[in-house]
Design a protein around this ligand. Structure first.
Ligand code: ADP
Ligand code: MG
Ligand code: MG
Length: 247
């Protein structure tokens, strides 16, 4: 699904990623953990193609394609979904308008027919029910006045509607109370736990991993993966911190 080899990337001419290697196969859930400033968010932004995050060396192959040769919207249409640490607000555009536009533009890029209004609403209802989100909330402007937990749940509804192959979720657990954490975790499992899909969870804490059990856990420090293991590695980090590992 995704193969990253020797990835080096800079932000504002400052090298952040320094030889990152990672392979994610279909059907797998991976977690990247690491101290503040390690380059976790940078990894997500580089893979998503955010302007200002420059690849200086290395390759990434996504579903057989050279990821870095694709524009950000082409990456999304190819099935890459990025969940952000800080979701943006879009006053004047309802969630439903935004989601339908996003879905249909991706379908168009793939040569698929757009969904009709009725088909789209049915899909939106189904996915918002998964995240226990009232459809009325989706009629409101994107993220405006949403609590932290509502923003994350709205983002998971978006993921359900777009139905990506690979979801990269950056600190989806940040700012969530325990109920919202469980609902988001169950939503991620319902939407993304499938033999033909994969997830990369970027997280500072292990608590989301109680709900979304990773197959592999990686520690990112100094711009590289310095250790990989199974779910038990996340528990070890919770106990011992990153210091011993990152050294
Ligand atoms: P993490 O998500 O692991 O906490 P980040 O990827 O956000 O880390 O940041 C990695 C490093 O890159 C940090 O040292 C941060 O200060 C730096 N960095 C990130 N974005 C920028 C930017 N826009 N300009 C300058 N430095 C940045
Ligand atoms: Mg951070
Ligand atoms: Mg971050």
């Amino acid at each position: 699904m995704l193969t990253i080899e020797n990835l080096h990337a800079s932000v504002a001419d400052k090298p952040i990623l320094k030889g990152l290697n990672l392979t994610i196969n279909a059907g797998e859930i991976h977690a990247i953990m690491g101290p503040n400033g390690a380059g976790k968010s940078t990894t997500g932004y580089v893979l998503g193609g955010r302007p200002g995050y420059d690849v200086t060396e290395g390759t990434a192959t996504f579903d057989g394609q050279d990821l870095f040769a694709l524009e950000p919207h082409e990456r999304a249409a190819a099935g890459l979904f990025l969940g952000f640490q800080y979701p943006v607000e879009i006053p004047g555009v309802s969630n439903l308008q935004f989601l339908r536009e996003a879905l249909n533009s991706q379908r168009k890029a793939r040569g698929e027919e757009p969904l009709s209004g009725g088909e789209f609403l049915k899909l939106a209802r189904e996915k918002s029910a998964l995240l226990k989100m009232d459809m009325e909330m989706l009629k409101r402007p994107v993220n405006v006045g949403f609590s932290g937990g509502e923003k994350k749940r709205a983002e998971m509804v978006q993921m359900g509607i777009l139905n990506p192959k690979l979801a990269i979720l950056d600190e989806t657990d940040s700012g969530l109370d325990i109920d919202a954490l469980r609902i988001c975790g169950e939503g991620i499992n319902a939407i993304m736990r499938a033999p033909d899909k994969a997830v990369l969870l970027i997280t500072h804490y292990q608590r989301l991993l109680d709900y979304v059990k990773p197959d592999f856990v990686h520690v990112l420090a100094g711009g590289r993966i310095v250790k990989s293991g199974g779910p038990e590695l996340a528990l070890e980090l919770e106990e011992g911190g990153y210091e011993g590992v990152a050294a």
